[in-house]
Design a protein around this ligand. Structure first.
Ligand code: ADP
Ligand code: MG
Length: 414
């Protein structure tokens, strides 16, 4: 077996994810010792924890995998406080409460805001980090997603948790749930004693909701415009120039978390890993046998099933779907991703999965393409080197960008 140690009790927790790792039985077999060279034994470490408003899973292999995974979980907690607009002491909350005044922000947040503006420009405003007033008016607000005590219940609370989204008999090696619901469901299923599903982490159908009053919507929409976010990098400060503006990094925070996780894992010498922040995944390296990781793409209409398998290595993969958080009103589904140009939820697609070199891009672009719809969305993805995607429309037609040819297996009957 592996030369690595394994944290007890977590073996069962990961289900197929663990199977992915165990399949080849070869975490460690890949270790080639040059004559006379001392090689530190490889460790394999896995952890599941509730952080960044979702269930995070990390599986890593390397000489210091234990320390690496612990560092990742700590880092994700730090980012939760820093980036959540409802956390009072974070930079984003400070900016939102500043009434248009300049606010000093950390270099890290400044860089992320700059990247958000770049992505907003790139997507023609389909992704817009100032969308908060409209999201709140529709009631998709995720306030209360991060109760203090939950964010620190790390490591191994999900002993009974299991990935949903991969049908029984699916070949091991599939990481279920690039749709963010999957991982969350597994922790929110009740078995782990974590209580009901958390908003924003598990498919949530909101009950008793209706579209907002058109006048109120117009007023909220008037406050949405990323050009009102002014960044003064020289003086490490930012401000929201227009009255009532607010930043919501909900569409990129987890992607950034995945990037930071990978950075830390690499710094610890980790050679292969899967990081899954409830639908924002990074696949580092390859499977132990040298083949790409296989990620399940969640079926947008069949809970607990996948519609295909994506083969990737050293790539970020993020999914945005209309099943995450939505309500139905007079037979129409309204979901939590809104078009910042109209104020209405994006209607054309059921899910978008984006593959990109970095998590921030995958995350923001999955949201942007969801807003842009089939035609414009595909065109945007095709125009960006190194960025690919899988779009599923409301009739469950699947569209795949040219660069993913041969890398996606659609399951029969989709
Ligand atoms: P999830 O967080 O559910 O995985 P996304 O990454 O697509 O999905 O992010 C959706 C969240 O981003 C919403 O809950 C909302 O807070 C915010 N949001 C909604 N529409 C937009 C948009 N057009 N641009 C930027 N952020 C958005
Ligand atoms: Mg996103």
């Amino acid at each position: 077996m592996s030369t690595g140690r394994m944290s007890t009790g977590k073996k069962a927790a990961l289900g197929l994810l663990a199977a992915a790792v165990l399949l080849a039985g070869a975490w460690g077999l890949g270790l080639r010792k040059a004559p006379g060279e001392a090689v530190a034994p490889l460790q394999r470490e896995e952890s599941i924890g509730f952080t960044m408003g979702t269930v995070a899973r990390v599986v890593a292999e390397g000489p210091a995998a234990g320390a690496a995974v612990a560092a990742v979980m700590q880092e994700l907690d730090r980012l939760t406080v820093l980036l959540d607009r409802f956390r009072p002491f974070g930079d984003v909350a400070a900016l939102n409460g500043s009434g248009g005044e300049w606010v000093t922000v950390s270099a890290e947040v400044l860089a992320l805001l700059e990247e958000a503006v770049r992505l907003a420009e790139l997507s023609g405003g389909a992704f817009d980090p100032t969308v908060a007033p409209v999201v709140d008016l529709w009631g998709f607000v995720e306030e209360g997603t991060y109760p203090e005590e939950e964010a620190h219940e790390h490591h191994g609370h999900g002993d009974e948790a299991r990935p949903h989204g991969v049908p029984a008999g699916e070949p091991p090696g599939v990481l279920s749930g690039t749709g963010s619901g999957d991982a969350a469901e597994s922790a929110a299923g009740g078995e782990s004693g974590q209580g009901p599903a958390r908003s924003g982490t598990s498919p949530t159908r909101l009950i008793g909701y209706a579209p907002p009053d058109p006048g109120e919507l117009a007023a909220a929409l008037a406050r949405v415009d990323f050009r009102g976010l002014e960044i003064d990098a020289e003086n490490s400060r930012a401000r929201l120039a227009r009255p009532g503006q607010a930043i919501d990094l909900g569409a990129i925070a987890k992607g950034y978390g995945a990037d930071r996780a990978v950075q830390l894992l690499k710094e610890h010498g980790v050679v292969r890993a899967l990081v899954d922040l409830g639908g924002d995944v990074y696949a580092l390296g390859t499977r132990p046998d040298g083949t790409p990781w296989r990620l399940g793409i969640r079926h947008p209409r069949r809970a607990g099933q996948i519609l295909g398998i994506l083969h990737v290595s050293d790539a970020a993969v993020a999914t945005s779907g209309d099943y995450e958080r939505y309500f139905e009103y007079e037979g129409v589904r309204y979901s939590h991703i809104v078009d910042p140009r109209t104020g209405w939820p994006a209607m054309e697609l059921a899910s978008v999965t984006v593959v990109a070199p970095h998590g921030v891009w995958a995350d923001a672009l999955s949201t942007a393409v969801f807003v842009l719809g089939k035609e414009e969305g595909l065109a945007l993805l095709e125009s960006l080197p190194g960025v690919e995607g899988i779009l599923v429309d409301k009739d469950l037609n699947v569209l795949i960008t040219s660069g993913l040819e041969g890398k996606v297996d659609l399951l029969e009957g989709q």
